[in-house]
Every structure is written in structure tokens, then in C-alpha cells.
Design a protein around this ligand. Sequence first.
Ligand SMILES: NC(=O)c1ccc[n+]([C@@H]2O[C@H](COP(=O)([O-])OP(=O)(O)OC[C@H]3O[C@@H](n4cnc5c(N)ncnc54)[C@H](OP(=O)(O)O)[C@@H]3O)[C@@H](O)[C@H]2O)c1
Length: 445
Amino acid sequence: MKSILEAITSGDASPADFAALDVPESYRAITLHKDEEQMFAGQDSRDKDPRKSLHLDEIAVPELGPGEALVAVMASAVNYNTVWSSIYEPVSTFSFLERYGRLSPETARHNLPYHVLGSDLAGVVLRTGPGVHAWKPGDEVVAHCLSVELESADGHNDTMLDPEQRIWGFETNFGGLAEIALVKSNQLMPKPAHLTWEEAASPGLVNSTAYRQLVSRNGAGMKQGDNVLIWGASGGLGSYATQYALAGGATPICVVSNDAKADICRAMGAEAIIDRSAEGYRFWKDENNQDPREWKRFGGRIRELTGGEDVDIVFEHPGRETFGASVYVTRKGGTIVTCASTSGYMHQYDNRYLWMSLKRIVGSHFANYREAWEANRLIAKGKIHPTLSKTYTLEETGQAALDVHHNKHQGKVGVLCLAPSEGLGVRDEELREKHLPAINRFRGE
Ligand SMILES: NC(=O)c1ccc[n+]([C@@H]2O[C@H](COP(=O)([O-])OP(=O)(O)OC[C@H]3O[C@@H](n4cnc5c(N)ncnc54)[C@H](OP(=O)(O)O)[C@@H]3O)[C@@H](O)[C@H]2O)c1
């Protein structure tokens, strides 16, 4: 591993140098253990502690198959899917690995008693498998997390529709929270040259998701002038949705839960901000009944901020707790676009407000390769910026996941894998200099 790191940090090793490096037999990785699937049984979600379930293990380097690449991972990031995996909710991810393992002799490699997590990475290609021509050892890359087989016709219009579509490092093994990762070569994209490893690794999953959900015609197809209500506007997804709304000539109405988060939204350029804690919205009267008066109060607040207008798009992901309000406040003909249900997936809303006002609910999930590429391209051009607030070491991944689980973070939380420290990997200092304040916007004091 030492010689790999030396080649990467030297900055001048050639593709031939990288190809000549030995790939080690094992590497350090953040894993879940299958025999611990039941460790949190009976506990409340909030009490389930990722520090107990996430392990740092030395594991064997997987065999490299056709169309795949082994990547030396310099940095990765924590996603909410890391939290879901680590608390074994809503299901154990070992059920995904078992199902994937049954698909073919190649995918059987993924079904192991341990699961290497992580759906983001920035690093350097070490080896490519047969049939890979677009990438070579030494390429500095980031990886998006869409894993597809594409043997069925269904996925050839939009690869997210492949029946064997999976999220790498969540529904497959050998993810990015590790020193080495196994990816399909069609997950690879060029690393933005003006960013450090940890900055480059952090947008991947959420940036691509927000791009499809809000901008792409497969999602809400946002246009100039739209009012966009963004839940969790300083969080992982929301911090990119807010930037896309601003960059695309729309008006974000940012919902957050404290002053510090409101400040960050203002720093991104948003003006309309709702502090849901300070304003005390209670959309549910009790476990089974919502309070339409609270939807109305929320809608009234939005109109105050927009000069009397309703929202064209709601960027939804909290789910059960907010969905009734989201459907209510959307303007006639508007779109509620949802990619998650953090607070519960059995939603309840008043359908009269949907059909009578000709609103649409659109489901969105991650992004296809093209959408992920566009989202990464905007980062590489300095038009959208990483929202990294804090970086942990690989050993501290459990704490990093706990911060996200307890909503104590801003934007994205990074993890150093092979990178010995923050700040390495910048290849275009000029572009970086131009955007430095925006790149550092989410970093704590
Ligand atoms: N389908 C996909 O492809 C996809 C991709 C990425 C993420 N996701 C899912 O999307 C969800 C959010 O992910 P993320 O990375 O953005 O997480 P995150 O960084 O934790 O941000 C979510 C934000 O939502 C707000 N929030 C949380 N619970 C809420 C509630 N009950 N009511 C209103 N607001 C609430 C919080 O902001 P405030 O406290 O400031 O309001 C929080 O910061 C997760 O469930 C994740 O698994 C899905």
C-alpha cells in the first residue's frame, strides 16, 4: 500500500508506473458483520449506534472481473445509506448481497459474511479488467454509485430502469469506505482537478441524486423562475438542490432546523429561509392524524417569502412527517419530486389537493451515468461546489455516521482513506483559487 500511496502523492508517476505496482492481497475496509444483523433488535432507531456496528477490518482484495476496475481510494464520504446500513434499517443489507450473489458466478463474489460499505470515492485506478478501454491505471477518478448489468432491454433508455440496478457499496459489496474499491468501469468519471481528494469524493451520490431529482427531465425538470421548496436545504441532498436552484435561475425556499443551517443557506445565496424548529410546525396531531391548519400556516409562510406565490416544485425526502404539507403547498400543476422517506415511508396526504389541482408526484432515485456525469462536470467547472463540512479518518467512520444519523452535521461528512491528511490532490490551483470561498463555505470554524 505504501508504494501505491507514494506513486499517487508523487504526482508524476506514469500509467506504466501504476500498472507495474503490485496490488496487495488485502486492504483495510469499513465493514458490517453478518453475524451482528440482530445486534440492535428492539432498540429505537435513534439509539442504534453506528460506532458499534461498523468495523475496520483487513479483508482480501476481490478478484477483478470483466468491465471492472480496482481503485486505490484516497477519500470517501458518509451518506445516509451508510446510516441505514449501519443500523440495519429498514432491512439488513446482507439480504441485498445474497440476492445479488444469486445472479451470476461473477456476482457471487459479493455475497460474503462481511459488507464493505461506501457509495462515494475519489482515488486512482490501479487495475482494469478485460474489456475496459476508456480507463487505465493512474487515472485520477471519482466514482458514481450506479451499478447496472444491462442485459435486459429495459435499462437501455434510462439505465436507472435496469431490473438489476443497484447502489454500489449499499446493495453491492467492496464499497468506497476502504483503501481499495471494486467498481464497474462505467461508474468512473474524471476527478475535478481543482479539488482535494476529500472534497472530490464528497458530492458524488447526493449531487447526482439532486441533479436528476430537480434538474433532469427524468425528475422535476426545473426551469428558470420556478419556486422550489427544499427540505433539509443545508443537508447532503439539500445543499446541492439549493445550489442547482440558484444556478438555474430558480428561487429556493430553504427549510432548515437551526440558525447555523440558515446562515449556510444564506451564504449559498438563498434569501427565502424557513426555520422549521423556530416556527414550530406540527403537521401531525397524533400518530395517525395530520393537522391541515399547520399545512396552511406553512403555505402562508411560503407566500410571505415569495410575494404571494406558491411553489412549483417540492424537493421531498423527509417523507411521512412532511409529505402531507408538501402536497398541500405545491401550486396548481406543480410537482412533488421524492427520493426518500427518512421519517417513515408510509405517507399520508389529502388526495383532493393532488387531483383537483392537477399536481404530480414524481419518484426519483439516484441518477443514470449521463446524469451523474453532468453533475460531476458542473463540479469540475466550478459551477456547483462541494459542501464538505468535516473530515474524519477511516478509523472514525462510526462517529462520522453517528453525526449524520443524529443530524448534527452540515452538508457532507468526508472520510480519509489512503490520503494521509486533508488538502492533497489539487492539480489546478488557479481554478481552486477562484472558487476557494465557495469550496470552503460549509467547513466549520
Ligand atoms: N434515492 C436516492 O437515490 C437517495 C440519494 C441520497 C439520499 N437519499 C435519502 O434521502 C434522505 C436524505 O439524505 P441526505 O443525504 O440529504 O441526508 P442529510 O444530510 O441527513 O440531510 C437531510 C436533511 O433533512 C432534514 N430533515 C430530516 N428529518 C426531517 C424531518 N422529519 N422533517 C423535515 N426535515 C427533515 C434535516 O435538515 P433540517 O434539520 O435542517 O431541517 C437534514 O439535514 C435519506 O433518507 C437518504 O437515504 C436517497
